[in-house]
Write a protein that binds this ligand. Structure first.
Ligand SMILES: *Cc1c(COP(=O)(O)O)cnc(C)c1O
Length: 386
């Protein structure tokens, strides 16, 4: 009998529309940070309800630019989580600041706001809060704490385009509005929309203007401004900036992806609801839980093996693979990596470590078919039955 093809954990939704958009830009003669990037920024800002947005080369660059724009630097501390893709902590180190890791909550995988006050020090300059795997973090409490202590909040929304939060007693609003001061997004193929690589920062116009300069060597005039100028103008470089430009080819693809977003979100939510329904009450599983203040975009769906589960994370993942279903372990912890061995931990991070060792990410992407999802569920139940 032929084995069925492996069901992947994630797959981007890309089609003829994206291919045609890339072709159109390639043949237009303007292929980097031009009219398509400007249009993508405008459409993205409108989609999340942000006053302004700056595109850049990837989500990691978006984080780096956000920290630079807020003036975070050497000697400063940034309260954040270890339980995230390593880019979150790395961005803090790029600006010479120190990440102060606090633990997360079990059912959301996000920063536990109870732990903020212990992490506060005279050096604290910002809070970098992650909406992990698209699940909204507790912004109502994080923002209240930040306001009380006069700290800016940066939202690492790399995975959270289309997620929603309710703060200050209001209704659900898209992540990126922004609720914190700045929010950063990624367009890597594992995220909700993709431009290959790519990123975006949303926030107030002054900060976004500064980010636009920093992303292109802090040049005083943009290429578009020079292009439009009636006479001859010379640009200046008043400080050291970076080259984090997005190409127009990527931006054109991103604009097509934004058009697909409502449909992709609906599919993700439908699939997540099916997983939750099928797995609820399983004696060995803990499930992610949307908090009262937020709605996930379900960029990923994960299960958590309960302490009494007799099957290990590795055994479950191997069992799934043997049955044609790919999976990934839970989100990594930066503090357990060699890159962070020199950074003394201020607090134990038991929930972060538990999630890395016991969570398993299951296949979920808009084009996952009902029959494929049924195969995933069947395989999981078999593996858990031992
Ligand atoms: C993917 C991701 C990033 C980095 O985004 P890139 O576009 O890959 O640079 C940062 N933070 C989180 C939480 C992510 O998931």
């Amino acid at each position: 009998m032929d084995a069925l093809p492996l069901i992947p954990v994630a797959r981007p939704t890309l089609g003829e529309e994206e291919a045609a958009a890339a072709r159109r830009v390639i043949l237009s003669g303007w292929v980097v940070q031009g009219p398509e990037v400007a249009a993508f920024e405008e459409e993205f800002a409108a989609r999340v309800g942000a006053p302004a947005a700056a595109a850049c080369s990837r989500g990691t660059a978006a984080l780096h630019l956000a920290l630079l724009a807020l003036g975070v630097g050497p000697g400063d501390e940034v309260i954040t989580v270890s339980h995230s893709f390593i880019a979150t902590a790395n961005a803090v180190r790029y600006v010479g600041a120190t990440p102060v890791f606090v633990d997360v909550e079990l059912h959301t995988g996000n920063l536990n706001p109870e732990l903020l006050s212990a992490a506060l020090s005279p050096r604290t300059r910002a809070i970098l809060a992650v909406h992990q795997l698209g699940m909204p973090c507790d912004l109502p409490r994080i923002l209240a704490f930040a306001r009380e202590h006069g700290l800016p909040v940066i939202e690492d929304a790399a995975c959270a385009l289309g997620s929603e939060v309710a703060v200050d007693g209001g209704g659900f609003q898209p992540v990126g509005r922004p609720h914190g001061l700045l929010a950063t997004f990624s367009f890597h193929p594992r995220k909700v929309i993709t431009t290959g690589d790519g990123g975006m920062v949303t926030g107030p116009p002054e900060l976004i203007g500064r980010i636009r300069r920093l992303r292109t060597h802090a040049m005083s005039l943009s290429t578009a401004e020079r292009h439009r100028a009636a006479g001859v103008v010379f640009e200046e470089y008043p400080e050291v900036g970076l080259n984090y430009r997005l190409t127009d080819i990527q931006a054109a693809v991103g604009r097509e992806q934004l058009k697909r977003l409502p449909e992709m979100l609906a599919a993700r939510r439908r699939l997540a609801a099916r997983y939750l329904e099928a797995l609820k009450g399983h004696p060995w599983l803990l499930l992610p839980r949307e908090p009262a203040y937020g709605r996930s975009n379900w960029q990923s769906f994960w299960i958590i093996l309960a302490p009494e589960c007799p099957v290990s994370q590795r055994q479950v993942m191997e069992g799934l693979k043997a049955r044609g279903v790919d999976s990934r372990r839970g989100v990594m912890c930066a503090h357990r990596e060699g890159a962070y061995r020199d950074l003394p931990l201020r607090f134990p991070l038991p929930v972060s470590e538990y999630l890395q060792d016991h969570a398993i990410i299951l296949p979920l992407f808009p084009e996952l078919q009902a029959a494929e999802q049924a195969r995933v569920l069947e395989a999981l139940k078999e593996v858990l039955a031992g």
